[in-house]
Design a protein around this ligand. Structure first.
Ligand code: MTE
Ligand code: MO
Length: 312
């Protein structure tokens, strides 16, 4: 789980989540809905995506195996343990789906899943992913620039930030009390960050449709920021004038800033961020140096003149 401040972290409160009761809830959500027909929506995960272009933004570093990327997850709505989302999200219904674009825009719009899938040509983006907890992956995402989604509406001159909201259904997901964070999960970016060509909306991994535990049907991937900025299973995109609240910042502002750029020089209150453990190539992972902006120097211009120790 994400490192939280000590007073809120009590194993006694966490244990009951694994009991039969909560597990049964996940099972019924799926089996009742799909019964003898199987799970048509879950089955879409793993479907091969066609016509994917390569991207010059991809790294050629060793890719974390599919198995690790799809079984070692953070998706608190489906449990706070790394292995829980892949178990509990198995029957997560992600089709039909729609996302609304609203707020400071000339004309708000709601898009369905098929429309989103066709907004732009699909690209493979092999990105480094640095979790704030200290581990990192290299993941071949499939998606397109987030700007392609945002350009579906015309922002008013007041729009300076974009706020994102995840899907939340207490019938399919755990409660905020169980997760120790508030739901729905919310995130935000400055509008110019969101429009940067490195910011993508991912719809797949390893040339296949995104599995539910990785944020199906689509999620952000912001590779120069800590993993928690890459919000999953998005249903709402709101253009706003002021810096919007974000889930982890509300939870512990001293540890999780709004910007959350990967920065080896700014420590987490409980640990240094100077190094990370790259998982996937060797059994225990390799300890490597963390790079400023996770190595994505192209974004430096977005923060010109800003003190990144203050705006962490
Ligand atoms: N809705 C939602 N989005 C989320 C999270 C979450 O708990 N809920 N976890 C974040 C964190 S901390 C990380 S590291 C990444 C993990 O993405 P992955 O499981 O696809 O590797 O998702 C991010 N997006
Ligand atoms: Mo994370």
């Amino acid at each position: 789980m994400i490192i939280r401040k000590a007073p809120r972290f009590r194993y006694s409160e966490i244990t009951p989540r694994k009991d039969d009761l909560s597990r049964r809830r996940f099972l019924t959500a799926g089996s009742l809905a799909f019964g003898a027909l199987g799970a048509p929506f879950a089955a879409r995960a793993g479907t091969r995506l066609e016509g994917i272009r390569k991207s010059p933004y991809s790294t050629d570093e060793f890719q974390t195996p599919y198995k690790s990327v799809t079984t070692y997850n953070n998706f608190y709505e489906f449990g706070t343990g790394k292995g829980e989302p892949s178990e509990n999200a198995r029957n997560f219904r992600t089709n039909p789906w729609s996302v609304s674009l609203e707020g400071e825009v000339v004309k708000p719009k709601t898009l369905d899943l098929d429309t989103v899938m066709k907004l732009a040509p699909l690209e493979e983006r092999v990105y480094r992913h640095r979790c704030v907890e200290g581990w990192s992956f290299v993941i071949p995402w499939v998606g397109f620039p987030l700007s392609a989604l945002l350009k579906q509406v015309q922002p008013t001159p007041k729009a300076k930030y974009v706020a994102f909201q995840s899907f939340y259904d207490p019938k399919q997901m755990i409660s905020p009390r169980e997760a120790h964070i508030d739901f729905p999960y919310i995130e935000g970016l400055r509008l110019d960050e969101a429009m940067h060509p490195l910011a993508i909306l991912a719809v797949g991994i390893y040339s296949e449709i995104l599995p539910p535990q990785n944020g199906a049907p689509f999620r952000l991937v912001i590779p120069w920021k800590y993993g928690y900025k890459s919000i999953k299973s998005i249903v709402k995109v709101r253009f706003v004038e002021k810096q919007p609240p974000t889930t982890w910042n509300l939870e512990w502002p001293q540890a999780y800033g709004f910007y959350s750029n990967v920065n080896p020089n700014v420590d987490h209150p409980t640990h240094s961020q100077a190094e990370e453990v790259r998982l996937g190539r060797t059994y225990f992972g390799e300890r490597i140096k963390t790079r400023m902006f996770n190595g994505y120097d192209e974004v430096a211009g977005l923060y010109k003149g800003m003190d990144l120790r203050k705006y962490y």
